[in-house]
Design a protein around this ligand. Structure first.
Ligand code: IPE
Ligand code: IPE
Ligand code: MG
Length: 240
């Protein structure tokens, strides 16, 4: 990528969409698309880290995706399990890569062994800071806000907070992304122009970039294109 004149977003969020259509186009099962998509995820993480992106959030599985067939959900969970096992086994490599991995979404409802692996991978990488990688699994933006509201309500019940303490900052601090900068750029491949319940609070002022490329075909060059386009945008945040 031409580095001149490029403003790198601090936080890029990606909706990894289009796996099913990619497979269908090739006469394959939808799950074949998820397998390739999982490889592309690894590549884009590496590339983002190489070019100096500090935060990346990947939407892998939504609270609504449980509606899909048991076979498809099972395949996605197996791919996720495989990724976690790989992360656990290759701890040394991760140390070097400097990935700080964080999972956003509800652990409730996740298979028990996966939930445990998520805790292990998160704990082991928590002191790294080359790049922060959030993986959104069993994630829904509305669910996240409900979760934050409940946490705050419990503190009010205990007398630790008063209703006046419920500020935008207090809500942000109780989301799964607490302490992280909001996404600057949200990328959705596959030609859809919607958020599908992704980071709905955090994306209030994010730049949205839609690409027609299906996720399994997404390359580092496609990420460059999105960043170049982002670079040209004029963000006003309500000002002039
Ligand atoms: C994204 O690809 C992966 C998940 C939602 C888990 P899709 O499976 O939604 O692919 P399309 O949108 O049907 O092509
Ligand atoms: C969003 O994609 C969720 C993920 C990519 C994980 P979907 O394919 O589930 O979204 P819709 O159904 O097109 O809105
Ligand atoms: Mg989809």
């Amino acid at each position: 990528m031409e580095k001149e004149h490029i403003v790198l977003p601090e936080h890029i969020a990606i909706i990894m969409d289009g796996n099913g259509r990619w497979a269908k186009k090739r006469g394959l099962e939808r799950t074949e698309g998820h397998k390739v998509g999982a490889e592309v995820f690894r590549k884009i993480c590496q590339y983002g880290s190489d070019i100096g992106i500090k935060y990346m959030t990947f939407y892998a599985f939504s609270t609504e995706n449980w509606k899909r067939s048991a076979f498809e959900v099972g395949t996605i969970m197996n791919l996720f399990r495989k990724y976690l096992e790989e992360m656990e086994e290759r701890e040394g490599e991760n140390e070097e890569a400097g990935y700080n991995i964080h999972f956003i979404g509800s652990r409730e409802g996740m298979p028990e062994d996966i939930a445990q692996l998520m805790n292990v991978v998160e704990a082991r990488s928590s002191d790294k800071d080359k790049i922060h990688i959030n993986i959104a699994v069993n994630y829904g933006g509305r669910d996240e806000i409900v979760h934050a509201a409940k946490r705050l309500a419990k503190r009010i019940e205990k007398g630790e907070l008063s209703p006046e303490d419920i500020t935008e900052e207090a809500i942000s601090d109780n989301l799964y992304t607490a302490g992280q900068p909001d996404p600057d750029l949200v990328i959705r491949p596959s030609g859809e122009n919607r958020l599908s319940n992704f980071l709905i609070w955090q994306s209030a002022y994010a730049e949205f970039y839609s690409s027609d490329v299906l996720w399994p075909d997404f390359t580092p060059e496609d990420l460059d294109k999105a960043i170049e386009e982002y670079s040209k945008r004029n963000r006003r945040f309500g000002g002039i």
